[in-house]
Design a protein around this ligand. Sequence first.
Ligand code: SF4
Length: 298
Amino acid sequence: MSAPTFTTLVSRWYQENARDLPWRAPDVSPWAILVSEVMLQQTPVVRVVPAWQAWLARWPEPAALAADTPAEAIRMWGRLGYPRRAVRLRECAVAIVQRHGGRVPDRLDHLLALPGIGTYTARAVAAFAYGQRHPVVDTNVRRVVARAVAGEPDAGPVTRPADLVATEELLPAEPAAAALASAAFMELGAVVCTARAPRCAGCPAESVCAWRASGQPAPAGPTRRPQRYAGTDRQVRGLLLGVLREATGPVPRQRLDQVWADDVQRSRALAALVQDGLVEPADDSSFRLTGDTPTPAT
Ligand code: SF4
């Protein structure tokens, strides 16, 4: 009998140890999986779970979101970060309604053609919602494959076509098993083969890992520093958006001027929010979330 492969070991481990995440339940819709993949790209699981549940309670189908305003999508996005994703997700819902009758498409080329849906998300939806065989390659998977297969300490800074090829070669031929393996690789990278402190001693793939076998050589280049947030334009954009999100109507510029003292940086941040389609001028002296309609007086 041949020795178990990396894919077999990791898939088996996943079936016994996968975290119980709500978007992994068997009856979850393709739309709910698509929303989870968009939210998870730049936000930790623990913050995504309540936001995902609230989002789907309000917009259980693409058509429901498509019928609402960008402003409401931005409000519901709350503090998940990178709020342009909310606007793009709504644009995606509109396209799903217009092009696919409100049903998330199952063809990879159709998924790739949707607004805001990139290489990773399209393949993730095709695999996890429709059980298809595609390499699903995020940062975690690239790192796992670089270590376990290539014996490298880490993957390069961006996804290359070679990463898709290297991952696809690991997938079983049968689509459902391939989709399971894709989820297993991601899970291993998220909870065991982490960037800073891989837990090799408890790893299901330890016996076949090339990096482990070669004595875990350290990376040749400098380690990447975590991105700074305090004082950045991103922080100022967050503060401005926070005021606009809480407002029930247009917000006077003087009110926005209070969130950050540096005029140049504040103006730049506001201009970026307008450019990104998150905010729009309501008139000469006030701003609102894009498409926002004032709350009627009661
Ligand atoms: S043995 Fe270590 S480096 Fe190799 S896949 Fe497992 S956690 Fe990652």
